[in-house]
Write a protein that binds this ligand. Structure first.
Ligand SMILES: *Cc1c(COP(=O)(O)O)cnc(C)c1O
Length: 401
């Protein structure tokens, strides 16, 4: 099932309607949850017809690990939003990433990875793939020259994120894909676009081959479900789909329902989160206790020009550092009333965390400094609460701390 390359409608419209087969069972407006592990055949002749690929319904399913109509609808909707042929859904974002890499990579292949990729992606590439004979080179954040130099005739994949976590660095996606293809025509590019969402950026339009999402974050948007999706051209998504049949990392139908339901408000939520993050950044940039703000929509950010070029909004995560180090940052986090202290991001509830205490807890202060994570760093994921409330609450927490 392929989608038109240029959708007829705006993304906020597609987020609600794309991928739906018009007539649902019982004329229900809302999608049903196909809560089933397997599918039946009326007779052996019916089964044989299906096995020959001659079933009247091209979307008929055989077994729950291979496909599910509720999941399929979500996949089609994301494909429409990302303007790609197709998409494949997984039980988590990491299941999407690991299954995709298993699908594409063979012994002797080489991967180029930007250093500021999601910690578990980095761990999988640098710590696990070597066991299967897949080599890698890690290059500095956004350094396209280092990336170009690292690409060899064995390089199968270049992996990046934009914006990155927690510093919101953006990569010039058109320049990246152009340089990759010029150096090795066969090298594929993969962008983890979780932070951007298809509302703010569509990497495929800049020549990127595969777009990955942790649907746990903005796509579902309610901090109540885990999921992942990979979107891209049919010749690649079919390989990814086959890998899912084997790794078994299929998305649960009820989770698919929740993600699809959350996605209906993706346009509303993300635009509101963009708006609040901009206001929060303004307050932070002017606050005497704040020593640095990392938001791509902030004119002082190194990625500001790139972000303006390729994004329609700058996202809902704002990172910043405060005077007084780790202890002062903890006081700010504790004093803020609206955001909950939790990992994750992108949901309707604002969340706050100190990366040094969460994702990087096991690292010494010295090793943290090497990767540029300060004890004073705070990451704020803006929810959809009132903008003024979010800004005033954090301002008060800073004043008090
Ligand atoms: C959360 C996240 C992931 C992993 O997703 P899960 O759904 O938690 O497995 C991958 N990439 C980015 C950028 C993330 O924020």
């Amino acid at each position: 099932m392929t989608q038109p390359k240029s959708p007829r409608f705006a993304r906020s419209t597609d987020a609600i309607h794309a991928g739906i087969r018009k007539r649902r069972p019982h004329n229900s407006l809302a999608p049903g949850v196909a809560q089933t592990a397997t599918y039946t055949f009326e007779s052996t002749a019916d089964l044989e017809q299906y096995m020959r690929g001659e079933d009247a319904d091209p979307e008929r399913e055989e077994y729950g690990r291979y496909g599910n109509p509720t999941v399929r609808e979500l996949e089609r909707r994301l494909a429409a939003l990302e303007a790609t042929d197709d998409a494949v859904a997984f039980s988590t974002g990491m299941a999407a990433i690991t299954s995709t890499l298993f699908a594409l990579l063979n012994q002797g292949d080489h991967v180029v990875l930007f250093r500021d990729c999601y910690r578990r992606t980095r761990q999988f590439v640098t710590g696990w793939l070597g066991r299967y004979g897949v080599l890698h080179t890690v290059v500095p954040p956004g350094d396209l020259e280092a990336m170009e130099a690292a690409i060899t005739d064995k390089t199968k994949l270049v992996i990046t994120e934009s914006p990155t976590n927690p510093f919101n660095y953006c990569v010039d996606l058109a320049a990246l894909s152009g340089k990759v293809k010029a150096k090795n025509r066969r090298t594929k590019t993969l962008v983890d676009s979780t932070f951007a969402t298809p509302i703010n950026c569509r990497p495929h339009n800049f020549g990127i081959d595969l777009v990955v999402h942790s649907a746990t974050k903005y796509l579902s948007g309610h901090n109540d479900v885990l999921g992942g999706l990979v979107a891209g051209p049919a010749h690649l998504t079919s390989l990814v789909r086959e890998a899912r049949d084997v790794t078994g990392a299929m998305l649960d139908p009820h989770a698919a329902f929740l993600i699809a339901r959350g996605m209906k408000t993706l346009g509303l939520r993300v635009r509101k989160q963009n708006e609040s993050a901009v206001e929060l950044t303004k307050m932070l940039a002017a606050h005497p206790k704040v020593t640095a703000v990392y938001y791509a929509g902030h004119a002082g950010h190194p990625s500001y020009a790139t972000a303006c070029e390729q994004m329609d909004g700058f996202g809902g995560v704002v990172s910043f550092e405060v005077k007084g180090g780790r202890a002062a940052a903890s006081r700010v986090v504790d004093a803020a009333e609206i955001p909950s202290i939790a990992p994750s991001l992108g949901g309707v509830e604002s969340l706050i965390e100190q990366p040094a205490l969460m994702s990087y807890f096991e690292m010494s202060e010295e090793d943290l400094a090497k990767i540029g994570i300060s004890g004073a760093l705070i990451r704020y994921s803006v929810g959809v609460e009132d903008t003024e409330d979010i800004v005033r609450d954090l301002e008060r927490a800073l004043d008090q701390a």
